[in-house]
Structure formats: structure tokens, C-alpha cells
Design a protein around this ligand. Structure first.
Ligand code: F6P
Length: 318
């Protein structure tokens, strides 16, 4: 029987993480469990930055972006000796189980702890929406709204000046933010890892657009190319002058949308229920509007395809 649970956020922060922590804390307390906040992710777990949380500790948090527990990336967590120290710290507080909120790195950490005897349940928190097994991750909806709002603003100025706007978005290896934005703003071109990067194809598409349109929008996922270089190439080879904008970490901030607050809240409740039911080594997923728990291994192995169907629609609408 679990009596004390810990909660942490790890990896890149995502709007809605606070709502998830709040839900974990309040569900635990409602069920007479003690709950402990671990600051700065696995790094804080290793350093023993642990504090008991109360109902009041999570008041006035649901509408704030970021994570009030803090987060970090600790690559050294792959080493067993580091995890052993982290586990000793959990034992010191008598913590029986953990809810870990984050992306794939967080899930890998949770799985490694689970294999060493710590009961863990994961909640998907990342703007990238790249976690297998779940239709949505916490933070994706807010980030998408931020990006679409920024691109709408860039469209105003790019149209006034008869320019092409190239917008680099986040997503690491996942084109979810790019393709969803591309459809939402009626972009001329979307480039992401899954679709590949074809400079000639971009130039031809934008050259065609420049014959009949006042502006063009290219959405491109980070790490594909240097967007300043792409702007130069488009300027030299089409009738548009091009400008590039890297949206960067602005995409990770801001007050979470209601969609993210609700998703985070229901997932937080479910994660604690999962532990109380004696299940662990799992993560919470939303599949066709229902919550399910699947093994962490399966989530980590499952590749999700955001692009194929949406790209077909995107091309149809252009
Ligand atoms: O995983 C979330 C994410 O924002 C990615 O989209 C991006 O590649 C990465 O984190 C940036 O990480 P950092 O905050 O360490 O620069």
C-alpha cells in the first residue's frame, strides 16, 4: 500500500505542468496520501531537493506557465550510481512512488528507476507532442496557439511589404508544431524532419506563389537548415524578399490554454489512481478522448505519425 508519493517535472518545461502537479497533489491528499515535491527534476532528486506539499502549496498555480517545481536535464541520470543516490533520497523521505511529468527523456528516467524498484507513473508533458501512445501531450495546444498567433502577426507585415516569412518552430525531431501551424495559417510550405528538406522544392513553390500572392509563409522545424541562409536563397531566386524569424523558447512559455489545463488535470488525477491501484511502470495517455495507461516501454517504442494525413490535406488546400 502506497502512503507517500513524490512528483517531479523534468526536461523542457511545458505550459500545463503546474496544472498536472496540482492535480497530483490534490488527488493524493484527498486519498490520505502524503505528497512530496521534488525540485528541478531528476537533478533535484539526486541532490535531495525534496519538500512536502500541501493543498495550499498548489493554490494559484493552475494558470501559470512553466513549472513551479522547476525542471532540468540531467544526462548523468543514465548512470546507475547517480540513480542509486536518487533512490536513497527517496528512501530517506519514505517516498514509495513517483509521478514524473515530462517528455521521452523523463520517461526513460522513470523506466530506469522502475527497473530498480521505484514505482513510477509518467505523464506526457512536452510542447513537441512527440510521445508515443498518446494523441496529445500537455503543452502542445498552448505552444501551437502561441506559434499561430506569432505567424498571424508576421503575415500582416509580410503582406504589407510583399515578402516571404520563414518561421522556424520547435519540435526537435517531430513536425507536429510545424504541420499543425502550416494548416492553421494556410502556409505556402511546411518543412520538417518527417517530410525532409528540399531547398529546390521550396524555391519553386515560393517562386510560383510570388507570381500571384502578396506574401508567402514557410514553416520549418528547427535543426533542418539555417533559416537566414534560406531567406537569402529565396530572396535571390524568387520575386519575394524574404525574412526569417526563429520563435525559440517563446513557444514554451505563457499561460496554458483551457485544453492543456484540463488534459493536465485529468492526467494528474489518473496518475495517482494508477499508483493507488498498484500499477506502475506505466504512463497516462489520451486516446480518442479517453485516458488509458500503457507501459512506459511501449510509449517509448511507439512512433507517432503526425504528418502523413495532415500533409495530404495541407497540399489539397494550398
Ligand atoms: O522538447 C521540448 C523542446 O522545446 C524542443 O522542442 C527543443 O528542441 C528543446 O526542447 C529545446 O531545449 P532547451 O530548452 O534545452 O534549449
Amino acid at each position: 500500500m502506497i502512503k507517500k508519493i513524490g512528483v517531479l517535472t523534468s526536461g523542457g518545461d511545458a505550459p500545463g505542468m503546474n496544472a498536472a502537479i496540482r492535480a497530483v497533489v490534490r488527488t493524493a491528499i484527498t486519498n490520505d496520501l502524503e505528497v512530496y515535491g521534488i525540485y528541478d527534476g531528476y537533478k533535484g532528486l539526486y541532490e535531495g531537493k525534496i519538500e512536502r506539499l500541501f493543498r495550499k502549496s498548489v493554490s494559484e498555480k493552475i494558470h501559470h506557465g512553466g513549472t513551479f517545481l522547476g525542471t532540468a536535464r540531467l544526462n548523468e541520470f543514465v548512470h546507475r550510481e547517480i540513480r542509486e543516490v536518487a533512490i536513497e533520497n527517496l528512501h530517506e523521505y519514505g517516498i514509495d512512488a513517483l509521478v514524473t511529468i515530462g517528455g521521452d527523456g523523463t520517461y526513460r528516467g522513470a523506466l530506469a528507476l522502475e527497473k530498480m524498484g521505484v514505482k513510477c507513473v509518467g505523464i506526457p508533458g512536452t510542447i513537441d507532442n512527440d510521445i508515443g501512445g498518446t494523441d496529445y501531450t500537455i503543452g502542445f495546444d498552448t505552444a501551437l496557439n502561441t506559434v499561430v498567433d506569432a505567424v498571424d502577426k508576421l503575415r500582416d507585415t509580410s503582406s504589407s511589404h510583399r515578402r516571404c516569412s520563414i518561421i522556424e518552430v520547435m519540435g526537435r525531431n517531430c513536425g507536429a508544431i510545424a504541420i499543425w501551424t502550416g494548416i492553421s495559417v494556410g502556409a505556402e510550405y511546411v518543412a520538417c524532419k518527417e517530410l525532409g528538406y528540399d531547398e529546390q522544392d521550396i524555391i519553386e513553390t515560393i517562386r510560383n506563389a510570388s507570381k500571384s500572392k502578396r506574401h508567402a509563409i514557410v514553416i520549418i522545424t528547427e535543426h533542418l537548415t539555417d533559416v537566414n541562409h534560406l531567406a537569402k536563397v529565396i530572396t535571390e531566386n524568387t520575386q519575394f524578399e524574404a525574412r526569417s524569424t526563429v520563435l525559440g523558447h517563446i513557444q514554451r512559455g505563457g499561460s496554458p490554454t483551457p485544453r492543456d489545463r484540463v488534459l493536465a488535470s485529468i492526467m494528474g488525477v489518473r496518475a495517482v489512481e494508477e499508483l493507488m491501484a498498484g500499477n506502475s511502470g506505466t504512463c497516462i495517455c489520451e486516446v480518442e478522448n479517453k485516458l488509458v495507461a500503457i507501459p512506459l516501454e511501449i510509449a517509448l517504442e511507439t512512433k507517432k505519425d503526425h504528418v502523413t494525413e495532415k500533409y495530404r490535406a495541407f497540399k489539397m488546400l494550398w
